[in-house]
Design a protein around this ligand. Structure first.
Ligand code: GLP
Length: 241
């Protein structure tokens, strides 16, 4: 595992985006795994800036998101579909055929989960996966206790995760209780993973990842088993190392 400690959030995003730009430029076809939350926003802004400046052709890029809330319509500003469309897909002019997210309004959620894993496989798997981390060490929406071999599945969100994410909603009651998430097993199948984190509230999760024993209590420690992981953190997130 390659751990890169930089000064601040701005540098986390700068270092992180370099991995994405390099791969986008190098490959004829590239499947990117994307994340939501506030951490990736700065990286997405830099990617958009680069693409617009270079007038980059992104027709060879396909994206797969990690997760989606169950029950929110696509036009709900809190759905991850809406977030991705607004923050990245539209500014990059990525078409719906290039961008995949689990459908949180599917009538048969189990079938939707299987279909999502299948489409990723059919498209050749994820080349480069971006990850953030929750305060309790969750990756995507894989909460503590999730099996490291899990595929895409439905989850009940931990109350602490709902609380952390409630800042985007007008009240706690509106925060969905369930989500679809790529499993830890599905995430580990990515050829390369870049995890970004900033701030002291992520320092314990980062400490567990870098120094802790591998344990389902800290989903992030599953990444210890992957042979191509880069962790980019600011000084605050690295403060317990
Ligand atoms: C959500 C997402 C995760 C993300 C986490 C941290 O729970 N499902 O993919 O890593 O939030 O978000 P933030 O970057 O806002 O701290």
């Amino acid at each position: 595992m390659n751990v890169i400690v930089v000064k601040n959030y701005e540098e986390v995003c700068q270092k992180g985006v370099e991995f994405f730009i390099e791969q986008i430029q190098k490959k004829n076809n590239i499947n990117l795994g994307l994340a939501t939350g506030s951490t990736p926003l700065g990286l997405y802004d830099k990617l958009i800036e680069w693409a617009q400046e270079k007038n980059a052709d992104l027709s060879h890029v396909t994206t797969f998101n990690l997760d989606e809330y169950i029950g929110l319509p696509k036009d709900d500003p809190n759905s991850y579909y809406y977030y991705m469309k607004e923050k990245l897909f539209d500014p990059l002019n990525l078409s719906p055929e290039q961008t995949f997210l689990p459908d949180g309004r599917a009538t048969d959620i189990e079938k939707e989960c299987e279909a999502y894993d299948q489409i990723i496989k059919d498209k050749g798997g994820i080349d480069l996966q971006l990850l953030g981390v929750g305060v309790n060490g969750h990756i995507a929406f894989n909460e503590p206790g999730t099996s490291f071999s899990s595929n895409t599945h439905e989850v009940r969100l931990a109350e602490s995760t709902r609380e952390a994410n409630s800042r985007f909603f007008s009240s706690m009651d509106e925060v969905p209780t369930h989500a679809i998430t790529m499993g830890i097993g599905s995430i580990l199948e990515a050829k390369e993973i870049v995890l970004i984190a900033n701030g002291t509230n992520k320092s314990e999760a980062i400490q567990q990842l870098v120094e802790g024993p591998q344990s389902e209590d800290w989903p992030i420690t599953a990444l210890q088993s992957h042979n191509h992981v880069t962790v980019i953190v600011d000084e605050e997130a690295a403060s317990l190392l």
